[in-house]
Design a protein around this ligand. Structure first.
Ligand SMILES: NC(=O)c1ccc[n+]([C@@H]2O[C@H](COP(=O)([O-])OP(=O)(O)OC[C@H]3O[C@@H](n4cnc5c(N)ncnc54)[C@H](O)[C@@H]3O)[C@@H](O)[C@H]2O)c1
Length: 351
């Protein structure tokens, strides 16, 4: 396989690249990434000298560059992780880049896949496009649940998913879309809840829990997601959507208490803060369709505590990775924090 991975320098993409290079000694992988604040080549240090791996800096909204990289490397499969992914940024920091990358960028990849007759394209999307479930509702998201996103990040992702469907129906572009639940594991940018909480706690600070803390997310280990995407590249049926999840629903409060417990800390380290606007109450994934193709998660619900413990330990043992990241992306982190404060002040004065 000559595989083009878009957005492979982020959290899931870098875990996926390491997984694929280890599993398939004859696959060639080109990682095409813009290196936004969330892209970090240190995530791929382990494979940077692997002869089957190459990095090319580029933006998925640049069609000429996509065509060039596909032609030069005789790409036959494409997988896309490239996205603006932080929900809080899409709410407080403006969402133009979200629409550009998550919707327009996907359309550009579809054009490049069509133009170059690529055999298959897997677009990695999220369960957040389905909107929210209630806590007491007895159902999960299936592939036929209508797409009805509640926040700008998810709406921009949904735009990309709808383009995939349109290109499949109109142009017969061989595209598979996946909707995965919340991932946890190593190399996640420390603005996301699990590494964010771990580093705050390690610094002796409290952790901010939104609202009543009862919002529920369905957590999956990033390597189980990588395994599912490997399967999608090989047997995913073009034109189809597949949900990916590990039947592991946890409230934010439960997750926080588990992290505290692993670090041997008490609940006095929790600070309840004003809820996020448009905060979806519950996500839950029915993954029967992908399971029927033979995929099962290694980190089942019963092994969540073990997976979380390993994740906490990885961040504890890799403080250098995060410190380097903080220094490199300092301006970006500061700008975002300023935006958050300003937006919070505006909200307070409006209420
Ligand atoms: N993290 C989760 O829990 C989760 C769950 C389900 C689905 N997803 C989806 O999986 C994908 C990867 O998520 P992640 O958490 O690894 O994200 P991330 O923010 O860690 O990484 C995103 C990567 O995309 C790159 N990128 C951004 N804009 C780009 C552009 N215009 N052109 C090229 N590269 C660009 C960044 O540099 C970065 O390397 C996303 O599409 C996301 O929507 C994430």
């Amino acid at each position: 396989m000559n595989l083009l991975v878009c957005g492979g320098a982020g959290f899931i993409g870098s875990n996926f690249i390491r997984y694929m290079l280890k599993k398939y000694s004859d696959y060639k992988i080109v990682n095409f990434d813009k290196l936004t604040y969330a892209g970090n080549l240190d995530n791929l240090k382990e494979v940077e000298n692997n002869p089957n791996y190459k990095f090319v800096q580029g933006d998925i909204t640049d069609l000429d560059k996509l065509n060039e990289v596909i032609q030069e490397n005789k790409t036959d499969h494409v997988i896309n992780f490239a996205a603006e992914t932080h929900v809080d940024r899409s709410i407080h920091g403006g969402c133009k880049d979200f629409v550009l990358t998550n919707t327009l960028g996907v359309q550009m990849i579809l054009d490049a896949v069509k133009f170059n007759n690529v055999q298959k394209f897997v677009n990695v999307s999220t369960d957040e496009v389905y909107g929210a479930l209630e806590l007491d509702e007895d159902r999960e998201f299936t592939e036929s649940t209508p797409i009805w996103p509640n926040m700008p990040y998810a709406a921009a992702k949904a735009g990309g998913d709808l383009m995939c469907n349109a290109y499949f129906v109109t142009h017969k572009v061989p595209v598979v879309v996946t909707h995965c639940s919340n991932n946890y594991g190593s190399f996640q940018f420390p603005e996301k809840v699990i590494p964010f909480f771990i580093f705050k706690l390690l610094k002796g600070e409290k952790v901010p829990v939104y609202g009543d803390g009862l919002n529920v997310r369905d957590w999956i280990h990033v390597m189980d997601h990588a395994k599912a995407l490997d399967l999608m590249l090989h047997v995913g049926v073009p034109g189809e959507v597949y949900n990916v999840g590990a039947d592991n629903e946890r409230s934010n409060l439960e997750l926080t208490k588990m992290i505290l417990n692993i670090l041997g800390l008490g609940e006095d380290r929790i600070e309840y803060v004003t809820d996020r606007p448009g905060h979806d109450r519950r996500y839950a994934i029915d993954a029967a369709k992908i399971k029927s193709l033979g995929w099962t998660p290694d980190y089942t619900q019963e092994k969540f505590e073990q997976g979380l413990r390993e994740t906490v330990e990885w961040y504890q043992n890799n403080t250098e990775w995060v410190e380097k990241l903080r220094t490199k992306k300092k301006d970006e982190m500061n700008k975002f924090q300023e935006n958050l404060v300003r937006s919070d002040e505006k909200m307070k004065s409006a209420t």
